[in-house]
Design a binder for this molecule. Sequence first.
Ligand SMILES: [Zn+2]
Length: 232
Amino acid sequence: MQIIFLGTGGSIPTRERGLSSLIIEYLNQLYLFDCGEGTLRQMMKYSTKNNKLNFMDIDNVFITHFHADHILGLGGLIHSMNFLERKKELNIYGGKGIKDVVEKILMVNSNNNQITLRNFKINIHQVSEGLIFEEEKFKIYSFKTLHTEESFGYVFEEKEKRKFIKEKALALGIPESRLYSELQRGKTINFKGKIITPDDVLSEPIKGRKVVYTGDTMPCENVIKFSQAQIF
Ligand SMILES: [Zn+2]
């Protein structure tokens, strides 16, 4: 996992600081949180030979709120994706009004929360508090923060995982084979008439890492609450 701060400035960019935007890179996918003006160029600037930040790899964008310094980069980002003939769908998440905002920025209308551009489609997801996104290894939740307009924070949380303990498997006489991956996936196996369960060879559950991102907020109890482990 990498966390890349593309912009940490407010209202007006400076020579040194872009406007709000952050990327969480996880298993070669890029998750973009807020998209202030200049986000696309910030990505290009911080992309290196060994650490490619390709904006075409963004499939999911999470917007905290609709103040200009958090959203004005969306238009350029999406137009560039379209210009380069992106085919994959793009998902944009945000609070009440996200549909209007994206429609206005792109000057197109949506149909059933979907915008069809020349080359690809955008799915618009209106969020409230709770689980909004789930993959095999992590989840994303949204929660309310305190600002002059409705504003959300996002929790990116890895799911619990259990490590495979090879020594335990070898001690049970199981040779290194595909049986290891079956046990790792939670399957009980029958090895030479002996029943082996995942509990026999896996570690105790290990808590996943958690990243909490907010846009603008006053001191807010929710940020503390949602940053603590095991909220959901
Ligand atoms: Zn704001």
